[in-house]
Design a protein around this ligand. Structure first.
Ligand code: SAM
Length: 245
């Protein structure tokens, strides 16, 4: 299929060289998504072009940013609100020494991730956990335990900062995949990020095959997150952190 050739070439332009074996994993991923999506809503369209470009490639696109921040080494990645596995699973396929903690609050979606990882031979590098991010951030052994947290299409920047930054160790990173709204969202979340122990490092801009701008906001964890964060389940969405409190 043409879209897989585009995936291979574009990934290369993003500094990620995919082997035949890795390409085969992406093909199997697409087939399983098509099947599972018939009864469980994981993504809005399983059209191959959409899945391969808008989901697989988008998940991989920030490759150069990962290299710049020194993140392309063995690390513990956490994907909050992984849904159909984005961006965590494509990253796990591409970076073969990473380990993934895949989190979502909906068990049915995680059932898919379990089947997928089994089929792709990724199970040994993945832990799948059905929990709310707000609860996970309070659990000793999980709090400030990850090198790198990622999240895509889950909530606005200040909300996902409260979900993700408590989980990242000092010196680690949090990366948020965003569309055009990135600059504005980052501006509105600046106080929240700093209250949570983060510092905005850079926003990596990229495009997929069209002109539509995509952004990866990269935050570095520079100091421990105060104990009072994350707040109770549901509170970060209802009352997003904005100013000093
Ligand atoms: N990240 C995937 C993607 O880019 O396609 C899925 C995005 S989907 C729109 C948002 C996902 O985040 C859903 O699967 C939802 O269950 C999960 N989610 C939302 N809030 C959450 C929370 N507080 N804790 C854990 N998962 C959450």
């Amino acid at each position: 299929m043409r879209e897989f050739e585009i995936l291979r070439q574009k990934a290369l332009a993003f500094n990620i060289e995919l082997s035949n074996e890795q390409m085969e994993k992406f093909r199997e991923y697409l087939a399983l998504l098509e099947n599972f999506n018939r009864h469980t809503n994981l993504i809005s369209s399983t059209d191959p072009q959409t899945v391969v470009i808008k989901h697989f490639l988008d998940s991989l696109a920030p490759g150069p940013a990962f290299k710049e921040t020194g993140l392309n080494r063995e690390l513990k990645l956490i994907d909050i609100g992984t849904g159909g596995g984005f961006p965590g699973i494509p990253l796990l396929i591409a970076f073969e020494d990473w380990k993934l903690y895949a989190v979502d609050s909906i068990a049915k979606k995680l059932e898919f991730i379990g089947i997928l990882c089994e089929k792709l031979g990724l199970s040994e590098r993945v832990e799948i956990v059905c929990v709310r991010a707000e609860e996970l951030g309070k659990i000793p052994g999980k709090r400030e335990a990850f090198d790198f947290a990622v999240t895509r299409a889950v909530a606005q920047m200040s909300v996902i900062s409260e979900y993700c930054l408590p989980l990242v160790r000092e010196g680690g990173y949090f990366a948020a995949y965003k569309a055009k709204s990135a600059e504005q969202e980052l501006k509105e979340a600046e106080n929240a990020i700093s209250m949570l122990g983060g510092k905005a490092l850079k926003t990596f801009k990229y495009t997929l095959t069209g002109e539509e701008e995509r952004n990866l906001i990269i935050i570095k964890k520079v100091s421990p997150t105060p104990r009072k964060y994350p707040r109770r389940t549901g509170v970060p969405v209802k009352r997003p952190l904005s100013g000093p409190c």
